[in-house]
Design a binder for this molecule. Structure first.
Ligand code: COA
Length: 256
């Protein structure tokens, strides 16, 4: 089924969602976040479906981040509202789904794109995929849970390095660090995702649901999220923000 910004299908107990904004490297704008939310709500209700696989259209990008053009003129209050909405509808919503969501990372997963992959329960990447949190190069910081979920997955030291440098890493390094569960040649990405889904689907649905709740219950995450929201919003309306965003649109490196 083709939506405005996503394509969905249910097949053999798997709910597929493909983000369909290839020309903008599947960047997440508000409409896309809302559409993804609606799709996930439908999937949650559908008892024929046991696992969700989320991927991006094309072979260049999973999601190249939050849509920069959407927040380029925002001040702190609008920024706070942007992430409040995005986190509620998607980034905090996915981890709490009772059905596992696998991110099939088919290319760049940057900024909000990597945060989206990290909000999923499991991640498989194509060999050519590149991952990073480049927000500091734009004069902001991650606002969709990246400062919390990345250290959880790869440890504080590695996460600090990725967040403070904004550098991208390749799929093999991401695997070594524990950021992703598996790396496969790009033509095998969907097959490997189905294989992982099938290994989960043979187990008791109630156990899967309870295991997700239990793994996600770590308390420190909620406090850290509040701080991230606050620090993210504080970046907006600053000279660094103006320069970072201008540099992106002028396709040049920012001079801070
Ligand atoms: N928000 C809005 N638009 C985006 C975007 C984003 N996060 N990422 C890519 N795009 C758009 C580009 O503006 C471009 O649009 P145009 O064709 O209208 O100019 C189109 O997608 C293709 O991207 P382009 O930059 O031309 O591709 P590239 O191959 O030269 O570079 C990237 C690929 C991923 C390295 C580069 O697009 C990039 O750095 N994107 C932003 C990553 C980022 O900072 N994400 C965090 C946001 S918080």
């Amino acid at each position: 089924m083709e939506g405005k910004l996503t394509w969905v299908e249910i097949q053999d107990g798997i709910g597929w969602i493909k983000i369909n904004r290839e020309k903008k490297l599947n960047a997440l704008n508000r409409d896309l976040i809302d559409e993804l939310h609606d799709r996930l709500v439908d999937f949650q209700k559908d008892s024929s479906l046991k696992v969700v696989i989320l991927t991006g259209s094309g072979d260049k990008a999973f999601v190249a981040g939050a849509d920069i053009s959407e927040f380029s003129s925002f001040g702190p209050q609008e920024a706070a509202e942007l992430i409040r909405h995005g986190n509620k509808a998607l980034f905090d919503f996915i981890p709490q789904l009772e059905k596992p969501v696998i991110a099939a990372i088919n290319g760049y997963a940057l900024g909000g794109g990597l945060e989206l992959a990290m909000a999923c329960h499991l991640r498989i990447a194509a060999q050519h995929a590149k991952m990073g949190l480049p927000e500091v190069s734009l004069g902001i910081i991650p606002g969709y849970g990246g400062t919390q979920r990345l250290p959880d997955l790869i440890g504080k030291g590695n996460a600090m390095e990725m967040i403070l440098t904004g550098d991208m890493i390749g799929a093999e390094k991401a695997l070594q660090m524990g950021l992703i569960n598996k790396v496969v040649p790009s033509e095998k990405l969907l097959e490997a995702s189905i294989n992982l889904a099938e290994r989960i689907m043979k187990n008791a649905p109630n156990s899967i649901k309870n295991a997700i709740k239990s793994v996600n219950s770590a308390e420190r995450i909620s406090k850290g999220f509040q701080e991230e929201n606050f620090q993210f919003s504080n970046c907006f309306g600053t000279a660094d923000f103006d320069e970072g965003i201008a540099a992106f649109f002028e396709k040049r490196k920012a001079k801070f």
